[in-house]
Ligand binder design. Structure first.
Ligand SMILES: C[S@@+](CC[C@H](N)C(=O)[O-])C[C@H]1O[C@@H](n2cnc3c(N)ncnc32)[C@H](O)[C@@H]1O
Length: 225
């Protein structure tokens, strides 16, 4: 298992941010800023569908792998404070620029496997969307441990990962910071239980296009109160 400090997650994602941040985050290469913003609004609605109660006006929320704040723009108005963390300083710079008008958002550059500057037990909600799939499993596991550390009792963890089913692609090499890793519901359930999180629910969302055909798992777990 590769030591996370030996991976070039920062360099790789900084290069992607400088080359074409919107493309590497979510939209086709010719996607306009307007399309990009609508994709954020759409994805927030889908990601939190049925979990709207998690985003409370008093909540302090962390987004792991915030990118340029595509999701955060539509989450921040619903909560007290939002902290977006990203391994790429270039993504963080773009996010700060894009969302400078929202005064309850802060973006922090992290090392790629820990949550920077966060005390134990101070966060109400951690979410992460299309991020854990890009990192080796031990790096995602490090974040899961960090989530348990920073969440307040009763705090929520909501994240997505592509589902591993028979025939799903094998993991790419550990040094790869882009190709997807697939997870089964059972392995995630075991992993989170091992960290002391309560499993609340898992929902499947189909992803279908000429190039893609799989389910996204959206997991909702909770730190015991
Ligand atoms: C596909 S983008 C998704 C961004 C955002 N979550 C969204 O949905 O718009 C993946 C983001 O995760 C960040 N990322 C990749 N590996 C990371 C890591 N190890 N720690 C923190 N952020 C990471 C990348 O820099 C990039 O901004």
């Amino acid at each position: 298992m590769t030591d996370p400090s030996e991976l070039d997650m920062k360099g790789d994602w900084n290069r992607r941010a400088l080359e074409n941040a919107r493309y590497y985050i979510a939209t086709p290469i010719d996607g306009t800023e307007q399309l990009f913003r609508s994709s954020g609004e759409h994805d927030v609605a889908l990601f939190f569908d049925g979990l709207e109660q998690v985003l409370q006006p008093e909540a302090t929320v962390v987004d792991i792998g915030a990118g340029v704040g595509r999701m955060d723009e539509f989450v921040a108005p619903r909560v007290r404070r939002l902290i977006g963390v990203d391994v790429s300083g270039e993504m963080v710079a773009l996010a700060r620029q894009r969302l400078a008008h929202l005064d309850n958002i802060e973006f922090r550059e992290g090392d790629g496997w820990t949550l920077p500057g966060m005390d134990d037990g101070g966060i109400d909600v951690v979410f992460s969307h299309i991020v854990f799939q890009h990192m080796p499993r031990n790096v995602a596991a490090s974040y899961f441990g960090e989530v348990v550390r920073v969440l307040a009792p009763g705090g929520h963890f909501v994240f997505q990962l592509p589902e591993r089913v028979p025939g799903a692609p094998a993991d790419p090499p550990e040094s790869d910071t882009f190709e997807m890793r697939f997870y089964s519901e059972d392995e995630l359930r075991d992993q989170l239980a091992g960290l002391g999180l309560d499993w609340v629910a898992c929902r499947r969302f189909a992803v279908k296009s000429p190039a893609l055909d799989f389910n996204q798992l959206r997991v909702h777990a909770q730190k015991p109160a």
